[in-house]
Design a binder for this molecule. Structure first.
Ligand code: ATP
Length: 461
């Protein structure tokens, strides 16, 4: 991880937030390369799951919504983690992180009945990971939603929350979507946007942060008559998620499915599969796929008193549609990509080449333009002309500082799939050298066919 973190900082992928003030609370900024990567991920996701599908529409809803939304969804009463404090060193831990989730669930049940709760905690939990002593407080439920006040008065009546998930924005707009887009079931609503969770122990770099971005789909299906009916759509989305992982270029061997046991399912879910990635700090959730039943629409109807049912245009029957929810975290995608693409290649001369082997489709910079003799004005002029011609179509980096070897290494570290070198031959025959990042193979290409050549490389996956 240390190597990835330092590369990400050095090359401008990820910076600690407010760094000049010592950073802030597990917050991170995306630098110039990071934001290009993020934009490529989001754009590809949107094109794939929204724009190219007749059964999907997009939406963008507010971060601050009516507090009633979070009452109806169960977040006000139930979106909490068990907080335990070490009385010795005052470190705060998530109880369910000190044990496995199922062990914790069992312990919670025992705690309800136990006479000497503190003794049971001491017997059941391992020592504090920070100070190695064992002297804990009793667990208390800590709500993960960030609170704020809307308007000038700071009291109960003006309390609002920053959304902890984008999903509810889709549910509360269900009727608006039906009446404005005339979609019929099955169809989905998709959204990309920020979510906030006041995590007790944010950690592992950008894996668990308090502010992050989600790409979520709520896919509405007719009321299923039996298990098979919703399983079919569930399996369809499961395959779609694997194909998205393939598109990103993340190796399948590093991802595994975790079918969550019934007793560990969230209150709204009848089935959840976590797609877990083999991160250097452990195999952990990358994406999730959940069958949310009709929980959300039903509860919003109860709370808002608005009819949230769907009227079948053929039969006239009214019912709450059921929902399959594929959800994807942007930051976790970036982290998995960095880990998956990171490679240190031993060279024949004994040196090591650090390469980010991003799939060309999502690489932040597609083409680097490197004038070979950077002190020759005619070569620089030609290189600039090429940059100008290519820039409208592909993200480019122009680099004329240092030896060509160093410049290649810099592009390898950024994951740039194509380097173009401009030299005296270019002036004579209008060709450039095209170097492939992975094979380091070089060939001459006519400037006139550059656009076509680059497009071929970028779309080859
Ligand atoms: P975890 O068990 O890791 O806390 P979760 O099951 O609570 O995650 P979901 O509620 O399913 O997560 O959120 C959907 C997606 O949002 C996750 O699959 C993940 O990619 C992303 N995500 C959730 N929490 C965070 C966080 N604190 N930081 C970054 N990404 C997150």
């Amino acid at each position: 991880m240390q190597k990835i973190i330092s590369l990400a900082k050095r090359r401008g992928f990820i910076f600690p937030s407010s760094e000049i003030y010592g950073g802030f609370s597990s917050c991170y900024d995306f630098g110039p390369l990071g934001i290009e990567l993020v934009e490529n991920i989001k754009r590809s996701w949107w094109n794939r799951f929204v724009r190219s599908r007749p059964d999907m529409v997009g939406i963008s809803t507010t971060i601050i919504m009516s507090p009633k939304v979070w009452q109806a969804s169960g977040h006000v009463s139930g979106f909490s983690d068990p907080l335990i404090e070490c009385k010795e060193c005052h470190a705060r831990h998530r109880g369910d992180n000190l044990l496995s989730e199922s062990q914790w669930k069992k312990l919670e049940k025992k705690l309800e009945k136990a006479k000497d709760k503190e003794k049971l905690i001491a017997l059941s939990l391992p020592s504090c990971p920070d100070c190695k002593k064992k002297n804990y407080t009793l667990p208390r439920n800590f709500n993960l939603m960030f609170k704020t006040f809307v308007g000038p008065v700071e009291d109960e009546t003006s309390t609002a929350y920053l959304r902890p998930e984008t999903a509810q924005g889709m549910f509360v707009n269900f009727n608006n979507i039906i009446s404005s887009s005339r979609k019929t079931l099955p169809f989905g609503i998709a959204q990309i946007g920020k979510a906030f969770r006041n995590e007790i122990t944010p950690k592992n770099y950008i894996f668990r942060t308090r502010e992050f971005e989600q790409m979520e789909i709520e896919y509405f299906i007719p009321e299923p008559k039996n298990e098979k009916e919703w399983q079919k759509t569930f399996d369809y989305w499961r395959k779609e998620m694997w194909q998205w992982i393939d598109f990103l270029g993340i190796k399948r061997k590093n991802v595994k499915e975790n079918d969550i046991p019934k007793e560990e399912l969230a209150h709204y879910s009848k089935r959840t599969i976590d797609f877990e990635y083999k991160f250097p700090f452990g195999t952990k959730e990358l994406y999730g796929l959940a069958y949310r039943t009709d929980f959300d629409l039903k509860n919003h109807e109860k709370m808002s008193k608005e009819n949230m049912k769907y009227r079948d245009p053929k039969t006239g029957k009214e019912y709450w549609p059921h929902v399959i929810e594929p959800t994807f975290g942007v930051e976790r995608t970036v982290l998995a990509l960095l880990v998956d693409a990171f490679d240190e290649e031993k060279m024949e001369d004994g040196t090591t080449r650090t390469v980010l082997r991003f799939s060309p489709a999502i690489a932040p910079i597609k083409v680097a333009i490197l004038p070979l003799l950077q002190n020759k004005p005619e070569i620089v002029k030609k290189a600039k002309e090429i940059e100008k011609a290519i820039l409208p179509f592909f993200s480019c980096d122009y680099d004329q500082s240092g030896s060509i070897g160093k410049r290649y290494r810099r592009q390898d570290e950024a994951g740039t799939p194509i380097c173009l070198t401009v030299d005296f031959e270019t002036l004579k025959d209008n060709t450039v050298t095209l170097r492939d990042r992975d094979t380091m193979h070089q060939r001459r290409v006519d400037i006139g066919s550059l656009k076509e050549e680059i497009t071929k490389i970028i779309n080859k996956d």
